[in-house]
Design a protein around this ligand. Structure first.
Ligand code: FE2
Length: 229
């Protein structure tokens, strides 16, 4: 079983891989053109109290003519910390999806997961803790692979399930990571570094510096689920 062989692990690829930021801005523009504020299909990480306000600003400040993703994110956010997660890239922009697939093919080879199916999303920002709380991924995942394209560094905090239960008294997601962070194993992955996260560890990602990363949920080939977080 693949699940039993996967441990938390940092890795490097032999050759540097970059994704053109302009293509990510074009992707966001494509999504804006094909959707509406009522069903904006991108998860935003923001401390703003009114989520709708930030979504409306996205539709008012399309990134069509922008060249810098971080500058654009700062335009649409009133808070210092901001981020977004874009899933199902193939649905919106085939060209970028192909480019990301080239990267994930290299990752699969590197971490010996050739028999798996990867569902990838983009996470970008300097968002602090992700808004999902400390959680455990779906049992159908084999693992999640995070690959940091930079420029800033990112971190993943991990708790073994028994320790998490001992600390929080529950198996449910926990939304005050700061209370239990001192008990976590923390992995830092810098630009051009990847991290393999086993499905059964409780975890939360955090990033104080701006970075763009590709997050690939790993399924055994027979499954086709595309949800991720
Ligand atoms: Fe997760």
């Amino acid at each position: 079983m693949l699940v039993k062989t996967i441990r938390p692990e940092l890795f490097h690829l032999k050759t540097r891989v970059s994704i053109n930021v302009k293509k990510i801005l074009t992707l966001i523009n494509d999504i804006i053109e094909k959707s509406s504020p009522d069903n904006f299909p991108v998860i935003l990480f923001s401390s703003e109290s009114n989520y709708k306000d930030i979504v409306n600003r996205i539709y008012n400040y399309s990134p069509k003519d922008e060249n810098d993703l971080y500058e654009w994110l700062r335009k649409i956010s009133t808070s210092e910390q901001v981020g977004m997660q874009i899933a199902q890239i193939q649905k919106w922009n085939e060209e970028l999806h192909e480019e990301i697939s080239l990267l994930t093919d290299k990752i699969k080879k590197k971490v010996s997961l050739d028999d798996c199916y990867l569902s990838s999303s983009i996470i970008a920002g300097n968002y602090g803790y992700t808004p999902y709380g400390v959680h455990k991924d779906n049992d159908e995942f084999v693992a999640a692979i995070h690959y940091n394209l930079g420029p800033g560094e990112k971190h993943m905090a991990l708790w073994k399930p028994d320790l998490f239960y001992q600390l929080t008294g529950s198996w449910k997601p926990y939304d005050r990571p700061i209370d239990i962070i001192d008990h976590a194993d923390i992995y830092t992955y810098k630009q051009d570094e990847g991290f393999i996260l086993p499905y059964d560890d409780y975890h939360i990602g955090f990033a104080d510096e701006f970075s763009i990363s590709i997050v690939s949920i790993v399924y055994e080939k027979k499954t086709t689920q595309t949800n991720s977080r």
